[in-house]
Design a protein around this ligand. Structure first.
Ligand code: CTP
Length: 470
Protein backbone atom coordinates (compact mmCIF):
# COMPACT_ATOMS: atom_id res chain seq x y z
CA UNK A 1 0.00 0.00 0.00
CA UNK A 2 1.34 3.52 -0.77
CA UNK A 3 2.19 5.62 2.29
CA UNK A 4 2.33 9.27 3.33
CA UNK A 5 3.30 11.16 6.47
CA UNK A 6 0.43 13.37 7.53
CA UNK A 7 2.58 16.05 9.10
CA UNK A 8 4.51 16.46 5.81
CA UNK A 9 1.38 17.37 3.85
CA UNK A 10 0.99 21.01 2.90
CA UNK A 11 -1.48 23.03 4.97
CA UNK A 12 -4.31 23.19 2.45
CA UNK A 13 -4.19 19.42 1.84
CA UNK A 14 -4.04 18.86 5.60
CA UNK A 15 -7.06 21.11 6.07
CA UNK A 16 -9.02 19.30 3.31
CA UNK A 17 -8.13 15.95 4.90
CA UNK A 18 -9.14 17.24 8.35
CA UNK A 19 -12.53 18.43 7.06
CA UNK A 20 -13.17 15.25 5.13
CA UNK A 21 -12.26 13.14 8.16
CA UNK A 22 -14.47 15.28 10.43
CA UNK A 23 -17.40 14.91 8.01
CA UNK A 24 -16.98 11.15 8.06
CA UNK A 25 -16.47 10.98 11.80
CA UNK A 26 -12.97 9.47 11.46
CA UNK A 27 -9.50 10.40 12.56
CA UNK A 28 -7.27 11.95 9.89
CA UNK A 29 -5.09 8.89 10.02
CA UNK A 30 -8.01 6.57 9.34
CA UNK A 31 -9.32 8.81 6.54
CA UNK A 32 -5.90 8.88 4.89
CA UNK A 33 -5.60 5.11 5.20
CA UNK A 34 -8.94 4.64 3.45
CA UNK A 35 -7.98 7.08 0.70
CA UNK A 36 -4.72 5.26 0.16
CA UNK A 37 -6.44 1.91 0.12
CA UNK A 38 -8.92 3.26 -2.43
CA UNK A 39 -6.06 4.60 -4.57
CA UNK A 40 -4.52 1.17 -4.79
CA UNK A 41 -7.60 -1.01 -5.15
CA UNK A 42 -10.71 0.51 -6.75
CA UNK A 43 -13.44 0.55 -4.09
CA UNK A 44 -15.95 -2.18 -4.89
CA UNK A 45 -19.33 -0.77 -5.77
CA UNK A 46 -21.08 -3.94 -4.78
CA UNK A 47 -24.27 -3.84 -2.86
CA UNK A 48 -24.63 -5.07 0.69
CA UNK A 49 -26.87 -8.09 0.92
CA UNK A 50 -27.29 -11.30 2.89
CA UNK A 51 -26.43 -13.48 -0.07
CA UNK A 52 -25.66 -13.16 -3.75
CA UNK A 53 -29.13 -14.16 -4.80
CA UNK A 54 -30.49 -11.17 -2.96
CA UNK A 55 -31.73 -8.30 -5.01
CA UNK A 56 -30.08 -5.02 -5.86
CA UNK A 57 -29.96 -2.47 -3.09
CA UNK A 58 -29.20 1.20 -3.23
CA UNK A 59 -25.51 2.02 -3.31
CA UNK A 60 -26.10 5.43 -1.69
CA UNK A 61 -24.57 4.29 1.56
CA UNK A 62 -23.51 6.81 4.21
CA UNK A 63 -20.65 4.40 4.88
CA UNK A 64 -20.84 4.46 8.66
CA UNK A 65 -18.83 2.32 11.03
CA UNK A 66 -21.68 -0.19 11.13
CA UNK A 67 -21.90 -0.33 7.31
CA UNK A 68 -21.84 -3.81 5.80
CA UNK A 69 -23.50 -5.36 8.86
CA UNK A 70 -26.72 -7.33 8.80
CA UNK A 71 -29.83 -6.84 10.87
CA UNK A 72 -32.78 -9.12 11.27
CA UNK A 73 -35.70 -6.78 11.87
CA UNK A 74 -38.73 -8.35 13.51
CA UNK A 75 -41.79 -6.13 13.12
CA UNK A 76 -44.44 -6.65 15.80
CA UNK A 77 -48.12 -5.81 15.54
CA UNK A 78 -48.50 -2.27 16.81
CA UNK A 79 -49.44 1.05 15.27
CA UNK A 80 -45.76 2.08 15.48
CA UNK A 81 -45.02 -0.59 12.83
CA UNK A 82 -45.31 2.14 10.20
CA UNK A 83 -42.13 3.71 11.60
CA UNK A 84 -40.24 0.64 10.42
CA UNK A 85 -40.42 1.97 6.87
CA UNK A 86 -38.34 4.93 7.99
CA UNK A 87 -36.10 2.65 10.03
CA UNK A 88 -35.37 0.47 6.98
CA UNK A 89 -34.64 3.53 4.86
CA UNK A 90 -32.15 4.81 7.45
CA UNK A 91 -30.49 1.40 7.73
CA UNK A 92 -30.03 1.30 3.98
CA UNK A 93 -28.55 4.79 3.98
CA UNK A 94 -25.92 3.49 6.37
CA UNK A 95 -25.13 0.41 4.33
CA UNK A 96 -26.71 -1.87 6.93
CA UNK A 97 -28.81 -4.56 5.28
CA UNK A 98 -32.06 -5.70 6.85
CA UNK A 99 -33.90 -8.94 6.44
CA UNK A 100 -37.45 -8.58 7.71
CA UNK A 101 -39.73 -10.92 9.64
CA UNK A 102 -43.30 -9.76 10.34
CA UNK A 103 -45.74 -11.18 12.83
CA UNK A 104 -49.29 -11.82 11.63
CA UNK A 105 -50.49 -8.85 13.68
CA UNK A 106 -47.84 -6.59 12.10
CA UNK A 107 -49.36 -7.28 8.68
CA UNK A 108 -52.54 -5.60 9.90
CA UNK A 109 -50.61 -2.34 10.30
CA UNK A 110 -48.18 -2.32 7.35
CA UNK A 111 -48.31 -4.52 4.32
CA UNK A 112 -45.45 -6.89 3.48
CA UNK A 113 -45.64 -5.42 -0.02
CA UNK A 114 -44.65 -1.94 1.16
CA UNK A 115 -41.74 -3.36 3.17
CA UNK A 116 -40.62 -5.50 0.23
CA UNK A 117 -40.83 -2.54 -2.16
CA UNK A 118 -38.66 -0.44 0.12
CA UNK A 119 -36.25 -3.17 1.18
CA UNK A 120 -36.00 -4.99 -2.19
CA UNK A 121 -36.17 -8.25 -0.32
CA UNK A 122 -38.72 -10.87 0.55
CA UNK A 123 -40.51 -10.49 3.88
CA UNK A 124 -40.64 -13.62 6.03
CA UNK A 125 -43.79 -14.22 8.02
CA UNK A 126 -44.81 -17.85 8.05
CA UNK A 127 -43.06 -20.56 10.03
CA UNK A 128 -44.64 -23.21 7.85
CA UNK A 129 -43.85 -21.57 4.50
CA UNK A 130 -42.17 -24.51 2.76
CA UNK A 131 -40.53 -22.36 0.13
CA UNK A 132 -39.03 -19.93 2.66
CA UNK A 133 -37.91 -22.75 4.94
CA UNK A 134 -36.26 -24.40 1.96
CA UNK A 135 -34.52 -21.13 0.92
CA UNK A 136 -33.34 -19.86 4.25
CA UNK A 137 -34.86 -21.74 7.17
CA UNK A 138 -35.65 -20.11 10.48
CA UNK A 139 -32.39 -21.26 12.05
CA UNK A 140 -30.28 -19.59 9.34
CA UNK A 141 -32.51 -16.55 9.53
CA UNK A 142 -31.76 -16.21 13.22
CA UNK A 143 -28.02 -16.86 12.95
CA UNK A 144 -26.98 -14.96 9.84
CA UNK A 145 -27.68 -11.52 11.25
CA UNK A 146 -25.20 -9.57 13.37
CA UNK A 147 -28.05 -8.24 15.47
CA UNK A 148 -31.77 -8.89 15.87
CA UNK A 149 -33.98 -5.84 16.31
CA UNK A 150 -37.59 -6.15 17.46
CA UNK A 151 -39.56 -3.00 16.62
CA UNK A 152 -42.22 -2.40 17.67
CA UNK A 153 -41.99 -4.89 20.51
CA UNK A 154 -45.58 -5.24 21.71
CA UNK A 155 -46.55 -6.37 25.23
CA UNK A 156 -47.49 -9.73 23.72
CA UNK A 157 -44.20 -10.20 21.89
CA UNK A 158 -42.22 -9.24 25.00
CA UNK A 159 -44.28 -11.74 27.02
CA UNK A 160 -43.55 -14.46 24.49
CA UNK A 161 -39.84 -13.68 24.53
CA UNK A 162 -39.70 -13.60 28.33
CA UNK A 163 -41.46 -16.96 28.60
CA UNK A 164 -39.76 -18.77 25.77
CA UNK A 165 -42.75 -19.25 23.47
CA UNK A 166 -42.06 -20.34 19.90
CA UNK A 167 -45.40 -20.56 18.14
CA UNK A 168 -44.78 -18.39 15.08
CA UNK A 169 -41.81 -17.43 12.94
CA UNK A 170 -40.89 -14.29 14.96
CA UNK A 171 -40.89 -16.00 18.36
CA UNK A 172 -39.17 -19.11 16.98
CA UNK A 173 -36.39 -17.05 15.43
CA UNK A 174 -35.96 -15.19 18.73
CA UNK A 175 -35.65 -18.51 20.58
CA UNK A 176 -33.25 -19.98 18.04
CA UNK A 177 -30.81 -17.09 17.84
CA UNK A 178 -27.38 -16.79 19.39
CA UNK A 179 -27.07 -13.13 18.41
CA UNK A 180 -27.65 -9.96 20.50
CA UNK A 181 -31.25 -8.76 20.58
CA UNK A 182 -32.39 -5.13 20.76
CA UNK A 183 -36.07 -4.44 21.43
CA UNK A 184 -37.96 -1.19 20.98
CA UNK A 185 -41.09 -1.56 23.14
CA UNK A 186 -44.27 0.20 22.01
CA UNK A 187 -47.57 -0.06 23.83
CA UNK A 188 -50.21 1.80 25.74
CA UNK A 189 -48.80 3.36 28.98
CA UNK A 190 -51.04 1.16 31.15
CA UNK A 191 -49.76 -1.93 29.41
CA UNK A 192 -46.17 -0.73 29.86
CA UNK A 193 -46.67 -0.15 33.59
CA UNK A 194 -48.68 -3.37 34.12
CA UNK A 195 -46.95 -5.69 36.61
CA UNK A 196 -46.84 -8.48 34.00
CA UNK A 197 -44.95 -6.29 31.51
CA UNK A 198 -42.65 -5.07 34.29
CA UNK A 199 -41.85 -8.68 35.18
CA UNK A 200 -41.28 -9.61 31.53
CA UNK A 201 -39.03 -6.65 31.00
CA UNK A 202 -36.89 -7.60 34.01
CA UNK A 203 -36.64 -11.17 32.74
CA UNK A 204 -35.59 -9.96 29.30
CA UNK A 205 -32.97 -7.66 30.77
CA UNK A 206 -31.63 -10.52 32.88
CA UNK A 207 -31.44 -12.61 29.71
CA UNK A 208 -29.23 -9.92 28.16
CA UNK A 209 -31.85 -8.41 25.86
CA UNK A 210 -31.21 -4.71 25.27
CA UNK A 211 -33.95 -2.09 25.25
CA UNK A 212 -34.26 1.23 23.45
CA UNK A 213 -37.13 3.39 24.72
CA UNK A 214 -40.02 3.52 25.16
CA UNK A 215 -40.43 7.28 25.23
CA UNK A 216 -42.98 9.44 26.98
CA UNK A 217 -45.49 11.10 24.69
CA UNK A 218 -48.84 11.13 22.97
CA UNK A 219 -50.29 7.76 22.00
CA UNK A 220 -51.96 7.06 18.69
CA UNK A 221 -55.24 6.69 20.63
CA UNK A 222 -56.61 10.19 21.09
CA UNK A 223 -56.37 11.60 24.60
CA UNK A 224 -53.83 9.02 25.81
CA UNK A 225 -50.32 9.95 26.75
CA UNK A 226 -47.55 8.58 28.95
CA UNK A 227 -44.62 6.19 28.69
CA UNK A 228 -45.00 3.65 25.93
CA UNK A 229 -44.28 5.39 22.62
CA UNK A 230 -41.78 3.55 20.50
CA UNK A 231 -38.36 5.24 20.33
CA UNK A 232 -37.96 7.28 17.15
CA UNK A 233 -36.18 5.54 14.24
CA UNK A 234 -33.11 7.77 14.63
CA UNK A 235 -32.80 6.67 18.28
CA UNK A 236 -33.15 3.01 17.31
CA UNK A 237 -30.51 3.56 14.64
CA UNK A 238 -28.19 5.11 17.21
CA UNK A 239 -28.54 2.06 19.44
CA UNK A 240 -27.98 -0.23 16.46
CA UNK A 241 -24.85 1.68 15.46
CA UNK A 242 -23.58 1.55 19.03
CA UNK A 243 -24.11 -2.19 19.17
CA UNK A 244 -22.55 -2.83 15.78
CA UNK A 245 -19.75 -0.37 16.31
CA UNK A 246 -16.52 -1.72 14.91
CA UNK A 247 -14.93 1.65 14.33
CA UNK A 248 -11.26 2.34 14.98
CA UNK A 249 -10.54 3.38 18.56
CA UNK A 250 -7.92 6.11 18.29
CA UNK A 251 -8.33 7.06 21.96
CA UNK A 252 -8.12 3.52 23.35
CA UNK A 253 -6.14 3.40 26.58
CA UNK A 254 -6.73 7.09 27.34
CA UNK A 255 -8.84 8.31 30.23
CA UNK A 256 -11.03 11.37 29.67
CA UNK A 257 -12.99 13.42 32.19
CA UNK A 258 -15.95 15.45 30.94
CA UNK A 259 -18.21 17.80 32.90
CA UNK A 260 -21.67 18.59 31.62
CA UNK A 261 -24.91 20.35 32.46
CA UNK A 262 -25.57 23.10 34.98
CA UNK A 263 -24.94 22.94 38.70
CA UNK A 264 -27.66 23.63 41.26
CA UNK A 265 -26.58 25.67 44.25
CA UNK A 266 -29.11 25.37 47.07
CA UNK A 267 -30.45 28.47 48.77
CA UNK A 268 -32.75 26.51 51.08
CA UNK A 269 -34.36 23.04 50.86
CA UNK A 270 -36.67 24.13 48.00
CA UNK A 271 -34.78 26.81 46.06
CA UNK A 272 -31.52 26.87 44.16
CA UNK A 273 -29.36 28.98 41.83
CA UNK A 274 -28.99 27.44 38.36
CA UNK A 275 -28.70 28.31 34.67
CA UNK A 276 -30.18 27.25 31.34
CA UNK A 277 -27.59 24.62 30.37
CA UNK A 278 -29.21 21.39 29.06
CA UNK A 279 -26.08 19.21 29.12
CA UNK A 280 -26.61 18.23 25.45
CA UNK A 281 -23.15 19.38 24.32
CA UNK A 282 -21.25 17.83 27.23
CA UNK A 283 -23.11 14.54 26.97
CA UNK A 284 -22.54 14.39 23.20
CA UNK A 285 -18.80 14.95 23.74
CA UNK A 286 -18.62 12.28 26.45
CA UNK A 287 -20.37 9.78 24.18
CA UNK A 288 -18.18 10.62 21.18
CA UNK A 289 -15.02 10.21 23.30
CA UNK A 290 -16.31 6.85 24.51
CA UNK A 291 -17.05 5.71 20.98
CA UNK A 292 -13.50 6.65 20.03
CA UNK A 293 -12.28 4.20 22.66
CA UNK A 294 -11.48 6.52 25.59
CA UNK A 295 -12.35 5.48 29.12
CA UNK A 296 -14.75 8.32 29.93
CA UNK A 297 -15.85 9.62 33.32
CA UNK A 298 -18.73 12.04 32.83
CA UNK A 299 -19.47 14.23 35.83
CA UNK A 300 -22.91 15.62 35.18
CA UNK A 301 -25.00 18.24 36.94
CA UNK A 302 -28.81 17.80 36.99
CA UNK A 303 -30.06 17.27 33.41
CA UNK A 304 -33.02 15.65 31.69
CA UNK A 305 -30.92 13.40 29.50
CA UNK A 306 -30.24 9.68 29.60
CA UNK A 307 -26.71 8.67 30.61
CA UNK A 308 -24.70 8.33 27.39
CA UNK A 309 -23.53 4.90 26.29
CA UNK A 310 -19.81 3.93 26.46
CA UNK A 311 -19.39 6.22 29.47
CA UNK A 312 -19.36 6.05 33.27
CA UNK A 313 -21.66 8.82 34.49
CA UNK A 314 -21.42 10.35 37.95
CA UNK A 315 -24.34 12.55 38.96
CA UNK A 316 -23.71 15.60 41.12
CA UNK A 317 -25.64 18.68 42.06
CA UNK A 318 -23.31 21.45 43.17
CA UNK A 319 -20.06 22.95 41.86
CA UNK A 320 -18.17 21.71 44.89
CA UNK A 321 -19.40 18.14 44.37
CA UNK A 322 -18.48 18.40 40.69
CA UNK A 323 -14.99 19.59 41.53
CA UNK A 324 -14.50 16.78 44.05
CA UNK A 325 -15.59 14.12 41.56
CA UNK A 326 -13.41 15.57 38.79
CA UNK A 327 -10.36 15.60 41.02
CA UNK A 328 -11.07 12.08 42.26
CA UNK A 329 -11.14 10.92 38.63
CA UNK A 330 -7.57 12.19 38.02
CA UNK A 331 -5.13 11.34 36.53
CA UNK A 332 -6.53 11.66 33.02
CA UNK A 333 -5.01 12.22 29.62
CA UNK A 334 -7.89 14.42 28.45
CA UNK A 335 -10.32 16.70 30.29
CA UNK A 336 -13.17 18.58 28.60
CA UNK A 337 -14.96 20.97 30.93
CA UNK A 338 -18.30 21.69 29.30
CA UNK A 339 -20.46 22.26 32.39
CA UNK A 340 -21.99 25.65 32.93
CA UNK A 341 -20.90 25.73 36.54
CA UNK A 342 -22.81 28.26 38.64
CA UNK A 343 -20.36 31.01 39.47
CA UNK A 344 -21.82 31.69 42.88
CA UNK A 345 -23.53 29.85 45.69
CA UNK A 346 -25.42 31.10 48.69
CA UNK A 347 -23.03 31.77 51.57
CA UNK A 348 -25.43 30.40 54.16
CA UNK A 349 -27.60 27.60 52.83
CA UNK A 350 -30.73 27.69 55.02
CA UNK A 351 -31.78 24.43 56.67
CA UNK A 352 -35.44 25.43 56.58
CA UNK A 353 -37.43 27.08 53.82
CA UNK A 354 -36.85 30.85 53.90
CA UNK A 355 -40.23 32.50 54.62
CA UNK A 356 -41.43 35.72 53.02
CA UNK A 357 -41.53 37.20 56.49
CA UNK A 358 -44.77 39.18 56.12
CA UNK A 359 -44.29 42.67 54.81
CA UNK A 360 -40.55 43.06 55.42
CA UNK A 361 -39.81 42.83 51.69
CA UNK A 362 -37.52 40.41 49.84
CA UNK A 363 -34.73 38.69 51.66
CA UNK A 364 -31.19 39.40 50.47
CA UNK A 365 -28.82 36.64 49.49
CA UNK A 366 -25.16 36.74 50.34
CA UNK A 367 -23.15 34.93 47.67
CA UNK A 368 -19.77 33.22 47.68
CA UNK A 369 -17.79 32.41 44.55
CA UNK A 370 -17.67 28.74 43.58
CA UNK A 371 -14.38 26.98 42.87
CA UNK A 372 -13.31 27.19 39.24
CA UNK A 373 -12.94 23.55 38.24
CA UNK A 374 -11.22 24.17 34.92
CA UNK A 375 -8.75 26.62 36.44
CA UNK A 376 -8.11 24.15 39.25
CA UNK A 377 -7.18 21.47 36.70
CA UNK A 378 -5.02 23.92 34.74
CA UNK A 379 -2.89 24.47 37.84
CA UNK A 380 -3.12 20.92 39.23
CA UNK A 381 -0.02 18.80 39.80
CA UNK A 382 -1.85 16.05 37.88
CA UNK A 383 -2.88 18.39 35.08
CA UNK A 384 -4.38 16.40 32.16
CA UNK A 385 -2.20 16.37 29.03
CA UNK A 386 -4.94 18.02 26.99
CA UNK A 387 -7.17 20.40 28.94
CA UNK A 388 -10.15 21.81 27.07
CA UNK A 389 -12.66 24.37 28.31
CA UNK A 390 -15.69 26.07 26.88
CA UNK A 391 -16.45 29.77 26.99
CA UNK A 392 -20.07 30.82 27.04
CA UNK A 393 -20.04 34.39 25.74
CA UNK A 394 -22.55 36.94 24.54
CA UNK A 395 -20.10 39.61 23.27
CA UNK A 396 -16.39 40.07 22.38
CA UNK A 397 -16.25 36.32 22.04
CA UNK A 398 -12.66 35.81 20.91
CA UNK A 399 -11.26 38.34 23.32
CA UNK A 400 -13.04 36.90 26.37
CA UNK A 401 -12.26 33.33 25.34
CA UNK A 402 -8.56 34.19 24.94
CA UNK A 403 -8.49 35.64 28.45
CA UNK A 404 -10.05 32.41 29.79
CA UNK A 405 -7.53 30.29 27.85
CA UNK A 406 -4.66 32.08 29.57
CA UNK A 407 -6.20 32.61 33.01
CA UNK A 408 -7.33 28.98 33.36
CA UNK A 409 -4.21 27.50 31.72
CA UNK A 410 -6.28 25.48 29.26
CA UNK A 411 -4.86 24.13 25.99
CA UNK A 412 -7.97 24.81 23.95
CA UNK A 413 -11.08 26.87 24.54
CA UNK A 414 -14.21 26.26 22.51
CA UNK A 415 -15.97 29.59 22.53
CA UNK A 416 -19.65 29.74 21.75
CA UNK A 417 -21.96 32.68 21.30
CA UNK A 418 -24.76 31.79 23.69
CA UNK A 419 -26.81 34.77 22.53
CA UNK A 420 -27.00 33.39 18.93
CA UNK A 421 -30.58 33.45 17.69
CA UNK A 422 -30.68 29.68 17.07
CA UNK A 423 -30.51 29.25 20.86
CA UNK A 424 -27.31 27.52 21.98
CA UNK A 425 -28.36 26.95 25.59
CA UNK A 426 -30.97 24.21 25.56
CA UNK A 427 -30.96 24.00 21.74
CA UNK A 428 -29.44 21.39 19.42
CA UNK A 429 -27.11 23.60 17.39
CA UNK A 430 -23.83 25.25 18.22
CA UNK A 431 -21.33 27.51 16.52
CA UNK A 432 -17.78 27.25 17.76
CA UNK A 433 -14.49 29.10 17.64
CA UNK A 434 -11.60 26.94 18.74
CA UNK A 435 -8.83 28.95 20.38
CA UNK A 436 -5.43 27.48 21.10
CA UNK A 437 -1.83 28.66 21.25
CA UNK A 438 -1.73 28.29 17.45
CA UNK A 439 -4.65 30.64 16.75
CA UNK A 440 -8.39 30.71 16.18
CA UNK A 441 -10.37 28.31 14.06
CA UNK A 442 -13.98 29.09 13.17
CA UNK A 443 -16.32 26.15 12.71
CA UNK A 444 -19.59 26.52 10.81
CA UNK A 445 -22.87 26.24 12.69
CA UNK A 446 -23.58 22.53 13.24
CA UNK A 447 -25.43 20.13 15.51
CA UNK A 448 -24.02 19.48 18.97
CA UNK A 449 -23.36 15.86 17.93
CA UNK A 450 -21.29 17.10 14.99
CA UNK A 451 -19.37 19.48 17.25
CA UNK A 452 -18.64 16.50 19.49
CA UNK A 453 -17.43 14.35 16.58
CA UNK A 454 -15.27 17.12 15.22
CA UNK A 455 -13.75 17.83 18.60
CA UNK A 456 -12.99 14.16 19.21
CA UNK A 457 -11.41 13.96 15.82
CA UNK A 458 -9.20 16.94 16.68
CA UNK A 459 -8.28 15.31 19.96
CA UNK A 460 -7.34 12.06 18.19
CA UNK A 461 -5.22 14.01 15.73
CA UNK A 462 -3.56 15.93 18.53
CA UNK A 463 -2.30 12.70 20.06
CA UNK A 464 -1.45 11.18 16.66
CA UNK A 465 0.40 14.19 15.45
CA UNK A 466 3.86 13.60 16.78
CA UNK A 467 3.95 9.89 16.19
CA UNK A 468 1.83 9.08 13.17
CA UNK A 469 3.29 8.32 9.83
CA UNK A 470 1.32 6.08 7.60
N1 CTP B 1 -15.78 26.57 34.68
C1 CTP B 1 -15.46 25.73 35.72
N2 CTP B 1 -15.77 26.10 36.98
C2 CTP B 1 -16.40 27.26 37.23
C3 CTP B 1 -16.74 28.13 36.15
C4 CTP B 1 -16.42 27.74 34.87
O1 CTP B 1 -14.89 24.66 35.49
N3 CTP B 1 -16.68 27.60 38.45
C5 CTP B 1 -15.39 26.16 33.30
C6 CTP B 1 -16.54 25.85 32.39
O2 CTP B 1 -16.86 24.49 32.44
C7 CTP B 1 -15.96 26.25 31.04
C8 CTP B 1 -15.03 27.40 31.38
O3 CTP B 1 -14.72 27.26 32.74
O4 CTP B 1 -15.17 25.22 30.50
C9 CTP B 1 -15.59 28.76 31.13
O5 CTP B 1 -16.86 28.89 31.72
P1 CTP B 1 -17.70 30.23 31.56
O6 CTP B 1 -18.97 30.08 32.31
O7 CTP B 1 -17.74 30.62 30.12
O8 CTP B 1 -16.75 31.28 32.24
P2 CTP B 1 -16.55 31.76 33.69
O9 CTP B 1 -15.20 31.34 34.15
O10 CTP B 1 -17.69 31.38 34.56
O11 CTP B 1 -16.51 33.34 33.48
P3 CTP B 1 -17.70 34.37 33.15
O12 CTP B 1 -18.94 33.80 33.81
O13 CTP B 1 -17.23 35.60 33.77
O14 CTP B 1 -17.80 34.45 31.66
Amino acid sequence: MPSITVRNLNNSVKQALRERAARNGRSMEEEARLLLAAAEVPAPKHIVSFDDASSSRSATSMNTEAGGKKILLIIGGGIAAYKCLDLIRRLKERGISARVVMTNAAKEFVTPLSIEALNHDKVFANLFDREAEHDIGHIRLSREADLIVVAPATADLMAKMANGHADDLASTVLMATDKPILVAPAMNPRMWSHPATRRNRKTLERDGVLLVGPAVGEMAESGESGKGRMAEPYEIIRSIENLLDTSPKPLAGMRAIVTSGPTHEPIDPVRYIANRSSGKQGHAIAEALGRAGAEVILVSGPVNLPDPSHVETIHVETAREMQQMVETALPAKIAVMVAAVADWRSTDEADEKIKKDGGKGPTSLKLTENPDILKGLGHHENRPDLLIGFAAETENIEEHAKTKLERKKADWILANDVSADFGVMGGNQNSIKLLSASGVETWPQMSKEDVAKRLVDRIANHFDWTTTSI
